[in-house]
Write a protein that binds this ligand. Structure first.
Ligand code: ATP
Length: 240
């Protein structure tokens, strides 16, 4: 059964249309990676699902309910958690406080307590009493994932997971995410195609605010993906 349904969703920034009548369903348990060039509309789409960017046209359904008009905090309480690009932790608070505040904000009961989150993301354990502002990029990303989990979500949205991180830090972040597979549905915006193909059960490629390609990584060729990435997919088909 689908957990999330986007129905002909159009998203704008003023006069600029960032996402054009996009339809997409995400099934429970899926790990869906969204790839695409800069400006393809990935972040805007994720923000609209989280309820922090308004939907200009179309509908968003989550667990069968029409949530199109719900504000962000209502969606968080309904089970959608977002880890934004830049990770936005409270820098003066400790890691423990950052995690606890997320649970208080969401007010959702569930399995993800602080000990369980630390068990799933063991690299957080030695950081609990440190100020979030002093952490490395990889550590911040792990805490941001932990914070999203503390909200006991049914769906976790992760923006630009590996952006700006060293290869070692990216490896650590993906080890954390691997521990969550099967426990929570994930939608991940990822610039690194190789990572996205290796990690996800489904790959969506966006170009200029539209879905150009959607499939299982094992069923997509690298050529297909590269063409879709640069928005050449349709042109290629017409020329053939
Ligand atoms: P990136 O990887 O660069 O973040 P993206 O695929 O996430 O790209 P978006 O950030 O969603 O793409 O941007 C989609 C379009 O909307 C782009 O044309 C971008 O310039 C525009 N846009 C994004 N944010 C704003 C904003 N706050 N005001 C005006 N236009 C914006």
């Amino acid at each position: 059964m689908s957990l999330l349904d986007l129905e002909t969703v159009t998203l704008r920034h003023g006069l600029l249309t960032a996402v054009h009548g996009l339809s997409l369903s995400v099934n429970e348990g899926e790990v869906l990676s969204i790839i695409g060039a800069n400006g393809a509309g990935k972040t805007t789409l994720l923000r609209a699902i989280a309820g922090v960017h308004p939907v200009a046209e179309g509908r968003i359904r989550f667990q069968g309910a029409d949530i199109t008009g719900w504000p962000g905090h209502a969606r968080q309480r309904g089970g959608i958690a977002m880890s934004p690009e830049g990770r936005r932790l409270f820098p003066d608070m400790t890691v423990r406080e950052n995690l606890q505040i997320a649970a208080e904000g969401a007010r959702r009961k569930g399995d993800w307590t602080l000990p369980r989150v630390v068990e799933a993301l063991p690299q957080i354990a030695p950081l609990l009493d440190r100020a979030a502002g002093g952490l490395s990029g990889g550590q911040r990303q792990a805490v941001a994932i932990g914070r999203a989990l503390m909200a006991n979500p049914a769906l976790i949205l992760l923006d630009e997971v590996s952006l700006g991180l060293s290869p070692v830090a990216v490896e650590g972040v993906y080890q954390s995410l691997a521990a969550l597979k099967g426990r929570v549905t994930m939608v991940i915006v990822e610039q690194d195609l190789t990572r996205a193909m290796a990690f996800s059960s489904r790959l969506v490629c966006m170009a200029e605010g539209r879905v150009e390609l959607d499939g299982r990584p094992s069923e997509l060729s690298r050529d297909q993906i590269t063409q879709a990435y640069f928005g050449l997919h349709k042109e290629g088909t017409q020329d053939a």
